[in-house]
Design a protein around this ligand. Structure first.
Ligand SMILES: Nc1ncnc2c1ncn2[C@@H]1O[C@H](COP(=O)(O)OP(=O)(O)OP(=O)(O)O)[C@@H](O)[C@H]1O
Ligand SMILES: [Mg+2]
Ligand SMILES: [Zn+2]
Length: 506
């Protein structure tokens, strides 16, 4: 069976880690001077190295090598790597969250290590413990035997009782910088024997948004084709975003008032399976690039593009007015905002295109938001089991699967930018009474969906008011958002009808 890169590739020592220098420094120093703590709490974003570092620390505490510990090669290090070392105990609090589980743990704490120097308990997802279990754990954390080290890990620090926090050395795992990710990607590609073009690396690092796991997952999909060489275009295809070239051309159409051509380009992009809202976002950032290039000598530092593309953008920005740029940014942002609540985002973008290309942009917005401006989804919407907007999905039958799926991702992206990756390679097939079915375009993507099962189920529950379990199948590609293709004439009529404006096809 296929093994994802982020499963097979896990650094064995401090040396292989990306970012987290502030944590590595502290732990290395403690290991060298024999001043490690009794209890650690690793907190921070998903996929940034908490579990990985917990295992490295467990090795460091039991390593039998000389010099820098852990060595990664002695028998203790190897056994810990393989999960065979008796004195390193990993507990997944998500599935062992009861008082009994912790009581068992307390019993076992009484016995000294059987082979190693320290008995290390790694409690992952510790925020899942029940209140009773927390209490039971507290007693042990208070006065553990000197041969015991606890390493608790969580993404949700705010759910831990203060009594636990105050007994641990807290280390916060940060999102990893693009620079560190880029270096990591190049190193791994070297090991895999893959040549990755420099600007391709930049696109991956930017899309991963600080999560190493996401970074590796994207890298994995890019190298899966097996050609041994990855270009920027390959990465863009995996991410489901068209290259900058497309936006340069699209913008040119707007500047030259070529409405039919601009609409035709949209049709083509959607036909290729691109997603409307993502197109809006990418187009907005293209206009931002134009703006930055207008005012900055070296915009390369702020925009993640190849030298060639920066040159093309510079050329376009020189012949574009700042007023046109700002009109476009405002119009497209407004359209994106409206599209959040709309089941017809495509038409909204078509209207924006017509508006911009006909030079009507400075008039008041043509479209009113379809729903009241709801507060932006907060990162962890816990307390409200009731569905937020939109109202239409309150019932258990969910006719508009496309719209629902997109709303889920609008919400999801606020929590986890990598959800975008899932959206580009999936469609929602059906929503039943107890489960919903998602179609992914390939095996790898299916795995990626399943890795995010919990999060997606939570979002589905939030948006439909009922828990359903996720089922993922492979196939059913191209069912995305594109919708049917229709002729320019039909679309002209549709736009004119819907928004009471006149559209001219040249
Ligand atoms: N800082 C890092 N350096 C190198 N690789 C990393 C780093 N962080 C994560 N990874 C990679 O991502 C995978 C997942 O990392 P890990 O399990 O340590 O993340 P985590 O912070 O525990 O995430 P979660 O909160 O989801 O449990 C690892 O197998 C490894 O390949
Ligand atoms: Mg983890
Ligand atoms: Zn060792």
């Amino acid at each position: 069976m296929y093994q994802a890169l982020y499963r097979t590739y896990r650094p064995e020592t401090f040396e292989g880690l990306m970012g987290q220098e502030h944590i590595i420094r502290i732990l290395k120093n403690q290991l060298e001077t024999g001043t490690t703590s009794h209890a650690y709490l690793f907190s921070g974003t998903r996929g940034t190295g908490k579990t990985t570092v917990a295992r490295i620390l467990a090795k460091g505490l039991n390593c039998m090598g000389e010099g820098n510990r852990p060595c990664g090669t002695c028998s203790s290090c190897r056994e810990i790597r393989d999960g065979l070392f008796l004195d390193v105990i990993e507990i997944d609090a998500a599935s062992n969250n009861g008082v009994d589980n912790i009581r068992e743990l307390r019993e076992s704490v009484k016995y000294p290590p059987s082979v190693g120097r320290k008995k290390v308990y790694i409690i992952d997802e510790v925020h899942m413990l029940s209140p009773g279990a927390f209490n039971a754990l507290l007693k042990t954390l208070e006065e553990p035997p000197e041969y015991v080290t606890f390493i608790l890990a969580t993404t949700e620090l705010q759910k831990l009782p203060a009594t636990i926090l105050s007994r641990c050395l807290r280390l916060d795992f940060r999102r990893v910088s693009e620079k560190s990710l880029k270096e990591g990607i190049q190193r791994i590609c070297g090991e895999l024997g893959v040549v990755m073009e420099e600007d391709a690396t930049g696109v991956i690092a930017a899309a991963a948004d600080g999560s190493v796991r996401d970074c590796l997952s994207i890298l994995d999909q890019c190298t899966a084709a097996g050609s041994g060489r990855v270009t920027r275009q390959d990465v863009l295809e995996v991410l489901g975003t068209p290259g900058e070239e497309i936006f340069i051309e699209w913008t040119d159409r707007i500047l030259r008032h070529q409405i039919p051509e601009a609409l035709q380009m949209l049709d083509t992009l959607l036909g290729e399976g691109k997603e409307v809202r993502q197109l809006m976002k990418d187009w907005i950032s293209h206009y931002r690039n134009l703006m930055l290039t207008k005012f900055m000598k070296n915009p390369e530092d702020l925009i993640n593009l190849s030298k060639e593309n920066v040159e093309r953008i510079r050329e376009q920005s020189q012949r574009t007015d700042m007023a046109e740029i700002s009109d476009a940014i405002l119009q497209l942002s407004r359209t994106l905002q409206d599209a959040r609540w709309s089941t017809q985002p495509r038409i909204l973008l078509e209207v924006a295109i017509v508006t911009l290309a006909s030079g009507m942009a400075d008039q008041p917005p043509l479209i009113r938001p379809a729903a009241p401006p709801a507060p932006k989804a907060s990162p962890v919407p816990k307390a409200s089991p009731a569905p937020t907007v939109p109202k239409a999905t309150e019932t258990s039958s969910v006719p508009d699967t496309d719209g629902l799926w997109h709303r889920i991702f609008e919400d999801g992206e606020a929590m986890k930018s990598s959800y975008n990756l899932i959206r580009t390679c999936t469609s929602l097939q059906s929503v039943g009474e107890t489960e919903f079915t998602v179609a992914a375009t390939s095996e790898i993507k299916k795995q990626y969906v399943l890795d995010n099962k919990d999060g997606l189920e939570k979002l589905m529950e939030k948006h439909t008011g009922r828990f359903r379990s996720l089922r993922c199948i492979v196939g059913g590609e191209g069912e995305g958002q594109a919708g049917g293709r229709d002729t320019l004439e039909e679309r002209k009529a549709r736009i004119e009808n819907a928004f009471n404006i006149h559209v001219e096809i040249e």
